[in-house]
Design a protein around this ligand. Structure first.
Ligand SMILES: Nc1ncnc2c1ncn2[C@@H]1O[C@H](COP(=O)(O)OP(=O)(O)OP(=O)(O)O)[C@@H](O)[C@H]1O
Ligand SMILES: [Mg+2]
Length: 320
């Protein structure tokens, strides 16, 4: 009871939820379990919100755990972040102020909920799970967190048709120019590209670094940690304009296979593979000369030059 009545104060910081998700991908994947395929699609230009990162993590972990429990035989969990503008009418429906919001939506292909269950999910201690398996506090806490963050939560669900949980957080004002790290500006100003890239990399640190570098020059980055997730992203969305993949990936599907799968779906899609022992590795996969290759370690400028070349002049936005 103490937990419910005594709320932890919010320690909100100006944060982009896509960034937090990137940091806790591993944790979420472990929580989702092996049977669940997890796909994350956070728009790279997501706005920032005032969010308590620790409570945000707990909330997302709760939702992922619920999704896993709803998919005992496996399924798919999609986590996506989107910028939204609510008109007065739209906001009223959600009991929010009109304006700009960032949404985080978790959609599972699980058992879903009956209207009777759906009606009560935010009640503390309401659970359909066996004693010891659920305390019924998860969604009550997520609901309280969303409200206290100035946002809200909505749930759509139907028995047998899965569940979609959406959290909304108000956008916070852009940081003042002075707050932008000065030494990172020049590069971003020299090169601007506009295109949507699928980045496949199993090393989380490299993934985050590369994603930041690409975002800095204006690219929209959809990231995947293994071949399976990459193929899922490719199948799910038809708007990817370039595939950038490590050749050697954890999880059984290599970058070469992802590249071949991508081309089967989208013939002519520009593909760039990166690899440490490039020649040997491509030989092993029987893919010598099949794809454009960048040897690791590479300089950021080399990667940018290749991307400009591959994406073509249409990726360079007209200078304002
Ligand atoms: N993604 C989902 N799919 C189907 N049913 C769900 C989903 N999320 C929640 N529920 C239903 O809502 C109930 C309440 O969820 P809540 O997270 O509050 O508690 P719990 O998961 O039962 O227990 P706890 O989170 O405290 O371990 C669940 O028992 C379940 O019946
Ligand atoms: Mg729960």
């Amino acid at each position: 009871l103490l937990h419910v009545s005594r709320r932890k104060p919010l320690r909100a910081e100006r944060l982009q939820i896509g960034y937090i998700l990137g940091e806790i991908t591993d944790l979420l994947e472990r929580a989702a379990g092996d049977a669940v395929q997890m796909a994350m699609v956070a728009a790279p230009d997501l706005w920032s919100s005032m969010i308590d990162p620790a409570q945000f993590e707990t909330a997302v972990l709760n939702l992922v755990t619920n999704a896993r429990d709803a998919m005992p035989l496996g399924g798919t969990l999609t986590i996506s972040g989107t910028n939204l503008r609510f008109s007065a009418g739209e906001a009223a429906v959600l009991d929010l102020e009109p304006g700009e919001y960032v949404s985080l939506v978790l959609t599972d292909t699980g058992i879903g909920m009956s209207p009777e269950v759906l009606d009560r999910v935010f009640e503390p201690f309401f659970t359909t799970k066996d004693a010891g398996e659920g305390s019924g506090l998860g969604l009550a806490q997520v609901h309280s967190f969303a409200k206290r963050s100035g946002g809200t939560i909505t749930i759509e669900s139907e028995p047998g048709a899965g569940t979609s949980v959406a959290l909304y957080f108000p956008r916070c004002a852009p940081a003042r120019a002075a707050a932008i790290t000065p030494q990172r500006r020049p590069l971003a100003e020299r090169t601007r590209l506009s295109a949507r890239i699928l980045l496949v990399e199993d090393d989380l640190r490299v993934l985050n670094q590369t994603r930041l570098a690409l975002q800095e020059i204006g690219l929209q980055v959809i990231s995947a940690r293994d071949g399976e997730a990459a193929m899922q992203a490719l199948r799910m969305r038809g708007d990817i304009q370039l595939l950038l993949s490590d050749v050697v990936l954890a999880g059984g599907i290599s970058g070469v296979e992802v590249a071949r799968g991508a081309l089967a779906l989208y013939p002519g899609l520009p593909v760039l593979l990166v690899s440490g022992h490039a020649e040997e590795v491509l030989e092993k996969f029987g893919a010598i000369d099949e794809f454009q290759l960048l040897a690791k370690p590479y300089k950021q400028a080399e990667l940018l030059a290749l991307l400009v070349q591959m994406l073509g002049p249409q990726a360079l936005p007209a200078t304002p």
